[in-house]
Ligand binder design. Structure first.
Ligand SMILES: Cc1cc2nc3c(=O)[nH]c(=O)nc-3n(C[C@H](O)[C@H](O)[C@H](O)COP(=O)(O)OP(=O)(O)OC[C@H]3O[C@@H](n4cnc5c(N)ncnc54)[C@H](O)[C@@H]3O)c2cc1C
Length: 400
């Protein structure tokens, strides 16, 4: 185990071309970090425990801040993603009985130059991978430990192999082993909700292109329907549930979703009925309280490993992309690893703390049993309090 870092390179003047960075985790954050580091000319290897990369989240939404950063680390990538996905121009809010409470036209592109963009996870993942040399991604490399070594950190894998690097980036997600060793703050907190997600080819006269429909019901249940382009729809549902109910059986999962959303107005039940059981991803929702620091000597964290959040603002991956851009720039600009990690945290900790807390508060409100009050609150927020927050969130400056 990696307790004593006796001989470290963190205070030596770095030549970035001579650095070797190891990223543990080839999720969206790890892949984006590898692209950003390569762009700065920093040699990087990515180690992933899975034997093949799976699209673990069905679909997701990216916002102007995340898209702007992606375009900065991989110029032109947003145009590719726009062709693969679908922009949301309108958000509709309705009740489980089908009553429309309100609708908002989105003006994100006019305000922030980038849209709200919905994508199939597999398309985003494949697009990120296409920007990397395949030989730097090492599958079937589960990090089980790490220790100090002459170079900096030795990463140890379950397949018996090791890798010596100057800097280890833990991009290993919400159950991060690197975080457990570094921060020692135990397991993430169950937020009291189960989520289900799927993308399927689907047509329904109630579902329009470029429209996201949020449906709220009693007992803190909600259902989101989003066009992801090319005739495909992404649905994402959540409900308050006791911990430990997650099932490995696709049929059990589908039955649970149908039971949870039984008698909801069209097209909710119909789209679940039309979804093959194996296409439905069931996940418990977790988060953690924000950290004040997440680096030590030659180790740092990125994405969900550093700042997991409930998905109420759709900012988890967007924040990971921001981390990737910032960390790569800090390493390129600062004279030592220690200075680079201090600068990275200085830029990222406060911003991600706010998003974590805001996600938590908004998440709790979305699961409020009184859906009408919640929906009206969302509408009001969208026009007033939310505006300043969105300016701060989406209008990210990449000036250095
Ligand atoms: C229901 C739901 C909806 C969401 N919707 C959105 C959305 O619309 N927009 C958005 O921006 N975000 C959304 N998110 C959040 C988003 O999915 C995460 O923030 C994002 O995936 C984090 O990326 P990551 O790379 O940090 O972690 P992950 O995607 O979890 O990747 C971690 C990787 O590390 C690997 N790994 C783990 N341990 C090891 C190990 N020991 N050794 C080697 N490899 C390891 C894993 O296999 C995985 O590939 C949502 C999340 C949920 C649960």
């Amino acid at each position: 185990m990696s307790h004593s870092y006796t001989r470290m390179r963190e205070n030596k003047i770095m030549k970035i071309q001579q650095l070797e960075v190891g990223i543990v985790g080839a999720g969206l954050g790890g892949l984006a970090a590898a692209i950003a580091l390569q762009q700065q000319g920093i040699p990087t290897q990515v180690y992933e425990k899975a034997q093949e990369l799976q699209p673990i989240g069905a679909g997701l939404t990216l916002f102007p801040n995340g898209l702007k950063v992606l375009d900065a680390i991989a110029p032109g990538i947003v145009e590719t993603l726009k062709r693969l996905g679908s922009e949301t121009h309108q958000v509709k809010l309705q009740s489980s009985t089908g009553d429309l409470f309100g609708q908002n036209q989105l003006t994100l592109t006019e305000k922030y130059s980038y849209p709200m963009l919905n994508l199939r996870w597999s398309d985003l993942q494949a697009t990120l991978i296409s920007r990397l040399p395949t030989e730097i991604i090492h599958l079937d490399h589960q990090c089980v430990d790490f220790a100090s070594c002459d170079r900096g950190v030795q990463i140890q894998f379950s397949n018996g192999q090791t890798s010596n690097v100057d800097l280890l980036i833990g991009a290993d997600g919400i159950h991060s082993l690197i975080r457990q060793r570094l921060v020692k703050d135990g397991s993430p907190c169950y937020a009291g909700r189960l989520s289900w997600r799927a993308v399927i080819p689907y047509q329904d006269e109630l579902l329009s292109q470029h429209t996201a429909t949020i449906v709220n019901g009693a007992e803190g249940k909600n259902f989101l329907l989003v066009d992801v382009g090319n005739g495909q729809f992404f649905w994402s549902a959540g409900a308050l549930m006791a911990e430990g109910l997650q099932s490995d059986s696709p049929e059990t999962v589908k039955s649970r979703v149908l039971e949870t959303f039984a008698n909801w107005a069209a097209p909710v039940e119909a789209i679940v009925e039309a979804t093959p059981p194996t296409a439905i991803i069931e996940r418990p929702i977790y988060d953690r309280p924000p950290l004040a620091t997440w680096s030590d000597r030659n180790l740092t964290l990125l994405g969900d490993a550093a700042h997991p959040m409930v998905p109420s603002l759709g900012q988890g991956a967007n924040m990971a992309f921001e981390d990737a851009w910032e960390l790569a720039h800090c390493l390129a600009e600062q004279p030592t690893i220690a200075a680079a990690l201090a600068s990275y945290e200085h830029s990222r900790v406060y911003r991600t703390q706010i998003i974590q807390v805001r996600s938590s508060v908004q998440g709790s409100r979305s699961y409020d049993p009184d859906s009408k009050t919640v929906l009206l609150g969302v509408m009001e927020q969208a026009h007033v309090a939310q505006a300043a927050f969105e300016d701060w969130l989406y209008n990210i400056s990449l000036e250095r």
